[in-house]
Design a protein around this ligand. Structure first.
Ligand code: NAD
Length: 442
């Protein structure tokens, strides 16, 4: 069990390896002109980096946060109100935003992440906070901590990452999920599993309701992810049936926002990075395929509402505003002021032709619907990518951590967000003062 006032000393040994993987994968993914020899050497580099990431270096003692470190404001909760929450994959894009929200609400948050695609920078602003602890570990290995809630996000989510080591991806979705469900059973904790719209495959029903069983190629290049998530869902409902574990299953549709990995090969990051560089935007296929993009703050609200609600069958969380990829490319180009045009490439195998959530269930059972339009959400996202651009390794600038306050959409149209701002507006906590005040509880 973790200590009741988490130490600040655990930090990471794998950042360099994770960065090497991301870079090598991206080079391989984007280079369609390279020779066979180039590709072989890139494959070897990816393999080497993956091996480095999978060799558990174990927690490394690092200097504690200095006592004058100022943390983002958090709400003070009574012990009886405070949840102990594990977020697997909490150093990733979605996970780190979820961690921000849970920390701001005043809960105790543990992050478990092997930093394969996640980054320490995403959670750096919480390291040293008495309510926060980070464990660098792989979810396929058993992990024990006393918690009341588990958000299980750990899994590579972009095609170049999950296809780099498909067997590992399957292990993550099966063994990893089994470990977390076992932990939920042992602690009597509630578990939320982040499934995906990919479980619908190349759908024959449009938009996709939760009742649709999907159209997935069981052995295609995307199957390690799609089928892994499908079996993850099956495991959740088997644990619910057999062991009465409380489960929640969110089916997440394309999500974007600050802290996305610029090299992850997803359409949002690809287009914005290319537009900012003045390069042509690469469209795979005809551009007539559709996608629906949701801003990350909408997703985080949905995940928390689902976790804390009573409904325990699968729920779609996505933005039903549907665009063709071509339309999306035009929006990005115009918002970035790019005149680079587009270039067409062949459509990847099993790439779905349409994607749009039916969110009637989410509205009904958890009172959720997206609030942020694509035009609103792209503004901070493009700003974030501008900050990333130009750095040689395309990582976050070391001196620019994106704090929770930087990431909210400032809009009078979102009164709930303003209410959240007020709730968390307690005096900021410093490493020294928070520890001394005993803000953390067991
Ligand atoms: N972002 C989206 O559009 C989207 C859509 C559908 C589903 N999802 C799901 O949401 C979750 C988070 O996605 P994301 O976009 O933040 O991706 P991400 O790659 O940024 O985050 C995944 C995190 O999991 C960690 N991780 C991967 N394998 C691990 C392992 N074996 N052990 C421990 N940690 C591991 C990574 O280091 C990373 O921090 C994933 O489960 C993904 O399948 C995301």
């Amino acid at each position: 069990m973790a200590s009741s006032a988490p130490s600040t000393a655990l930090v990471i040994a794998g950042t360099a390896a994770a960065s090497a993987i991301a870079t090598a994968l991206a080079i391989r993914f984007f280079s369609d002109a390279g020779s066979k020899a180039d590709k072989a050497s890139l494959d070897a580099a990816v393999r080497k980096a993956l091996e480095a990431a999978s060799r558990s270096a174990g927690p490394v003692a690092m200097p504690k946060a200095s006592s004058d470190k100022v943390f983002p404001a958090t709400r003070r909760l009574l012990r009886t109100e405070q949840q102990r929450i594990l977020v697997t994959g909490g150093a990733g894009f979605v996970g780190s935003h979820l961690v921000d929200a849970l920390m701001q609400q005043g809960h105790i948050v543990y992050v478990l992440d092997n930093l394969f695609t996640g980054r320490r920078e995403n959670i750096e602003h919480w390291v040293g906070h008495p309510n926060f602890e980070f464990f660098q570990q792989d979810v396929v290995h058993p992990f024990f901590v006393e918690v009341t809630r588990i958000y299980h996000l750990a899994c590579p989510a972009s095609p170049p990452h999950y296809q780099a080591n498909p067997i590992k991806t399957i292990k993550c979705s099966t063994q990893g999920c089994m470990n977390m469900l076992g932990l939920a059973k042992r602690c009597n904790a509630r578990l939320l599993f982040t499934s995906t719209s990919e479980i619908y495959g190349d759908p024959q029903i449009h938009p996709q309701p939760e009742s649709y069983w999907g159209n997935v190629h069981t052995w295609g290049p995307r199957a390690c992810y799609d089928e892994g998530k499908r079996v993850g869902e099956t495991m959740c409902f088997s644990y619910r049936q057999q062991h009465k574990v409380q489960v929640r299953v969110s089916r997440i549709f394309n999500t974007y926002g600050p802290r996305m990995d610029p090299l992850d090969g997803r359409v949002v990051s690809n287009f914005i990075m290319q537009a900012l560089r003045g390069e042509p935007l690469t469209i795979y296929g005809t551009g007539k395929q559709t996608r629906s993009f949701q801003y990350v703050s909408d997703l985080v609200r949905g995940l928390i509402a689902l976790m804390e609600g009573d409904y325990d069958d699968p729920v779609n969380i996505g933005n039903p505003q549907e665009r063709t990829v071509e339309e999306f490319a035009r929006s990005v180009a115009s918002m970035c002021g790019s005149a680079g045009g587009v270039v067409m490439r062949p459509r990847p195998t099993d790439d779905p032709m349409v994607r749009r959530p039916n969110v009637a269930r989410a509205r009904e059972v958890i009172g959720w619907q997206p609030k942020v339009s694509l035009e609103e959400g792209l503004v901070p996202t493009i700003e974030y990518f501008k900050g990333v651009l130009g750095r040689e390794d395309a990582k976050l600038p070391a001196d620019r951590v994106w704090l929770p306050s930087d990431l909210s959409i400032p809009s009078k149209d979102h009164p709930d967000d303003a209410a959240v701002e007020r709730v968390v507006a307690d005096a900021p906590v410093t490493a020294g003062s928070a520890a001394a005040s005993g803000a953390a509880s067991a």
